[in-house]
Design a protein around this ligand. Sequence first.
Ligand SMILES: *Cc1c(COP(=O)(O)O)cnc(C)c1O
Length: 485
Amino acid sequence: MQLIFEQSVPGRQGFKMPVSDVPAKTQIADRYRRIKECAWPQVSELEVVRHFTKLSQLNFSVDSIFYPLGSCTMKYNPKFTEAVARLPGFADLHPLLAQLSDGESLAQGALKVLYDMDRFLSEITGMDDFTMQPLAGAHGELTGVMLIAAYHKAKGNKKKYIIIPDSAHGTNPASAATAGYDIISIPTKKDGTMDVEILKKKLNPDVAAVMLTCPDTLGIFNSDIDKIAEMVHNVDGLMYYDGANLNAILGRCRPGDLGFDVIHINLHKTFATPHGGGGPGAGPVGVKKRLSKYLPISRVVQRPNKTLFLDYDCPDSIGYTSSFYGNFAVILKAYAYILLLGKDGLTETSNHAVLNANYIMHRLKKYFTVPYERTCMHECVFSAAQQVEKGVHAIDIAKFLIDQGIHPPTVYFPMIVKEAMMVEPTETESKQAMDRFIDCMIKAADLAQRNPSMFKDLPITTPISRPDETKAARDVDCNFFFDTK
Ligand SMILES: *Cc1c(COP(=O)(O)O)cnc(C)c1O
């Protein structure tokens, strides 16, 4: 497919401006002014429409294809939630309105969404209070670790370390390090869970917290959590729950009941809003009562007469972690989603997410290595170890799937599995869609045995086949548009 620049024909125009009848004048200093004509493509309106329509059709999206990207929960999200987010009463609301004494009454609806979400998420997770501010899962982690730091500081605890299993999402150690902690990494046992014996040895009074993902990134639920929580609390450490994968346990178990003190949730994975392309997201953070006073400002508070207001009088708060109230439209979509599904619907979500992942694992385990074979939760991890013997790697199978019109699973993560392929079908896929994926994977396994060399030329259905990924990331020419004197 041609770039729009390659379609350019000198003099062709999509839109003509009338000739200006006032003299041109500019305030921009000479040294900042463009010396060459801007290299805009010269194309007609129809060419622009066709070009971008074609481009949008090249996009892989949940609305068009099966997208089993492990850990990212690329599920279908009802269009109803999008419609709610566009309601003018919400979409046109000025973010400062609720802070004005005469504007507060006009913002009661939006404040109610924030207030109710705090209550809903607390009930769903077993925590006491939530902040809606963080803008993504990783941002929620950083906020959560800052809350942990504030808690220890107030108690006069001098803590240096955060313990994280080696199967964790990379954002966990990154967030803990950004908040100023050193990381202690704990290896994963053969059964796919964190090694508690090693944790016992590493745990010491300088440990501020243990960050756990449960089910972890191998899709495995750790049934030792209560034991771990007790050990950690005994050294006055806190338990952090990475709740990005909440769709695995929704309605069935609550991190707050398991002994966790701080949690972040990815609204954009579990509660509507498609997750991908880097945004938009929301990573609300929940805490147990003893940490509530450190939550970011502002807090939405209810008066005795049931009206809501923004409370900035929170002397122990860690302050703002993002502007205003977080990613309001994403929070609103999650709110609509929770009300749409209700308690039973949310529980059905996790039932199906888990059932679907187990179905795929069982049907494919004859063809691909399953490094941790046991009942999985919302995702299952395979390894292309058998295929590698023939020279076919996880990346080759990923490229094969692209040609089949399927988004590849997450590959090479979790990092503790060689040639990992992490499949998360999500709860929204039908048996037929999963069967088609399974058939394609079986075909890939078969071709890897019979004709391994054919993989090297894949994909053939995309405009670019195999870019040099390192070069593509490094050599970006930013000067194309912006050359000034
Ligand atoms: C997605 C994910 C994150 C990070 O969330 P972002 O919104 O992408 O920052 C953290 N932990 C786990 C387990 C995840 O799956």
